[in-house]
Design a binder for this molecule. Structure first.
Ligand SMILES: Nc1ncnc2c1ncn2[C@@H]1O[C@H](COP(=O)(O)OP(=O)(O)OP(=O)(O)O)[C@@H](O)[C@H]1O
Ligand SMILES: [Mg+2]
Length: 364
């Protein structure tokens, strides 16, 4: 069993800067967890602490039941794959994968079985005699994965392994790594700043900001119930739209009001929130221009001129401005709304998110 547990883990670098102030995180055995967040938020630092490449300043880190704060990297039974593949240039693909096992003095026959098995899974069999410089980026990255695989690690650590690849290859490798995880049935911790990678690959995603976990949840929950504006803005592409509004009474419930727009909102918050300054969050696909939808939306609409339309194939992204704020709607391309037209958009009141303007936390 090789879950990973952080208990009050702190990382302060030698220059006195604390980049991870108090990390508590439980990764389950066999889980694929993605650490995601903007540049400098502490993703690599967190991963490198698991690998033993960074010391832990305070707190406890466990792999399975074993506290590993002071266990040497080579005794942690982990394997790490980096953005730069760090292959040995003068060795063949076979040798690159076999090398660590040879150092361990594993019998030759056993090494051969392991390397061939990894090569088969990663479709590297035709390239075993080549040197890395005669391989494409994707093939090199697969060799780096193979080198990690042959060691049968309990935990795979991957730090932005796809960021050197072009977009098409990245998509391909994304699904290869996911199916590798399926086959190997081991724990994967994967660092990226790309929310699409996070959403498509993770069983659970840990969204970090300034060394602090904002939300650790399934892709679906992060998308549907973001806990604050940071997560709401980070997850989802194009980004969620944000509009300032004020809460007013609306019959038995409340409405978020801005300009002439009133959006009924269901909030279970105890106590009165009348007059509260909020930010309304609405995903681009929850703005509708179909006639029926607009007619049914009452005052939950905005009218604006489309300043740009971006054809994406089955959908069009429509850009417009509300109160000086840029907004994007994502509508089926068969609906003919184009640049220069003035359009009424309905806000789907069942799908809006409400955030406290001051704390930026979700109000529910
Ligand atoms: N050896 C070091 N000494 C001092 N500060 C460091 C060191 N390594 C990293 N940092 C700082 O720690 C913070 C977190 O760095 P880290 O590399 O973990 O970020 P990251 O989330 O992986 O970012 P990126 O997406 O750019 O790779 C940054 O502010 C960085 O400048
Ligand atoms: Mg990093």
């Amino acid at each position: 069993m090789a879950g990973i547990t952080f208990k009050h883990v702190v990382k302060t670098y030698d220059n006195g800067v604390t980049v991870v102030p108090d990390l508590n995180l439980e990764i389950k055995d066999k889980e694929f967890v993605v650490l995601v967040g903007p540049s400098g938020c502490g993703k690599s630092t967190t991963l490198r602490m698991i690998a033993g490449l960074e010391t832990i300043s305070d707190g406890d880190l466990f792999i399975g039941d074993r506290r590993i704060n002071d266990v040497a990297p080579k005794n942690r039974n982990i394997a790490m794959v980096f953005q730069s593949y760090a292959l040995y240039p003068h060795m063949t693909v076979y040798k690159n994968m076999a090398f660590a096992l040879e150092l361990q003095k594993m019998p030759k026959k056993e090494i051969r079985e392991k390397v061939l098995e990894a090569a088969r899974i990663l479709e590297l069999e035709p390239y075993l005699d080549r040197k890395p410089k005669a391989l494409s980026g994707g093939q090199r990255q697969r060799v780096a994965l193979g080198r990690a695989m042959v060691r049968n690690p309990e935990v795979f650590l991957l730090d932005e392994p796809l960021s050197n690849l072009d977009a098409k290859l990245r998509t391909e490798m994304r699904s290869q790594i996911s199916s590798l995880h399926q086959k190997l049935q081991t724990t994967f911790v994967y660092v990226t700043h790309d929310q699409t990678e996070a959403m498509t690959m993770g069983d659970r995603i840990c969204v970090m900001r300034d060394g602090i976990i904002q939300q650790f949840d399934t892709p679906q929950n992060l998308y549907n119930n973001p806990c604050n504006m940071f997560v709401a803005g980070f997850i989802g592409s194009p980004q969620m739209n944000f509009i300032d509004a004020v809460i007013e009474k609306d019959g038995d419930g409340y409405a978020a009001v801005f300009g002439r727009t009133r959006v009924p909102v269901r909030l279970e918050t105890a106590g009165s929130i009348e007059g509260r300054q909020v930010v309304l969050g609405i995903r681009p696909e929850d703005l509708h221009i179909e006639k029926d939808f607009v007619a049914a939306a009452g005052n939950s609409t905005v009218t604006a001129e489309i300043t740009l339309d971006e054809m994406m194939g089955s959908e069009v992204y429509l850009y417009f401005t509300i109160d000086g704020k840029k907004m994007i709607a994502r509508v089926p391309s068969k609906l003919s709304a184009r640049m220069g037209e003035t359009v009424k958009f309905a806000l789907d009141s069942d799908a809006v998110h409400v955030f406290d303007k001051e704390t930026e936390e979700a109000l529910r």
